[in-house]
Design a protein around this ligand. Structure first.
Ligand code: TYD
Length: 229
């Protein structure tokens, strides 16, 4: 069965998106585990980051060093990091038959710098053309949660010590801003209904994992367990 899956299907590119504290990283890890259990070779990655150069850009941005450049300048930085990520990791992995699961990708630039940050859509699109180099996610899972609930969860996890108190600057924005961000992701989803699926993230980690897996098997029926050909 395992060989059958990899023989029948091209490698897929899956991205996870959503606001802060919605549980993306946990679900990305769980999905990798589920794919590997089925013998599917997959790469877990993230944005900003994923390659040494993109990780350097990540550190620069998240430490707040580019804040004074504004959302436009930062959109350019995220795109430059993405260009390296696509050309050095995502593209070669897919070409080698490995699935790629990324914790955030270009929709984050659309949502944070574009729809929420006010950067012109034409600029955002131009940067995408440059950075994506013809690659597009096959499926984008948008984890959706009321920001007030997400905030409480982040606070609880910080208190439990499960989450490092980084206080990186994108998490310091206020609640109104986070509500706008949530709407931005929902708008992206409705404008890209073929590619994006919105999943309520307030449920338990186990049921969320199951819903994500069900979404994948509906989208990629070759994943369903079946008799070997
Ligand atoms: P990270 O610690 O990875 O946050 P999260 O766990 O929420 O993904 O930090 C990444 C931050 O960078 C996050 O606040 C979202 C932001 N970001 C953008 O503003 N634009 C982008 O294009 C990307 C990829 C991330």
């Amino acid at each position: 069965m395992l060989d059958t899956v990899s023989a029948k299907t091209p490698a897929r590119f899956i991205t996870f998106e959503g606001g802060e504290g919605v549980g993306k990283s946990t679900q990305v890890k769980r999905l990798l585990g589920a794919l590997e259990q089925r013998g599917i070779s997959a790469v877990r990655t993230r944005e900003p980051g994923g390659t040494p150069k993109a990780e350097a850009v990540r550190a620069f941005i998240l430490q707040g060093r580019s804040e004074s450049w504004g959302p436009g300048g930062e959109a350019v930085l995220f795109a430059a990091a993405r260009l390296d990520h696509v050309n050095q990791l995502i593209g070669p992995s897919l070409d080698a038959g490995r699935w790629v699961v990324s914790d955030r990708f270009h929709d984050s630039t659309r949502a944070y710098q574009g729809l929420t940050g006010g950067v012109d859509d034409k600029l955002i699109r131009g940067l995408e053309t440059l950075a994506l180099n013809g690659r597009q996610p096959d499926l984008t899972i948008i984890l959706d949660m009321d920001p007030e609930v997400a905030f409480r969860r982040v606070e609880e996890r910080e208190l439990e010590g499960a989450l490092q108190q980084t206080g990186d600057r994108f998490e310091k924005e206020d609640l109104v801003w986070h509500k706008r961000l949530r709407d931005a992701f929902l708008e992206i989803a409705s404008n890209n209904a073929q590619r994006c699926v919105v999943i309520p993230a307030g449920q338990s980690e186990d049921s969320l994992e199951q819903e994500i897996w069900d979404t994948l098997t509906r989208r990629f029926p070759e994943l369903q367990d079946g008799p070997a050909a």
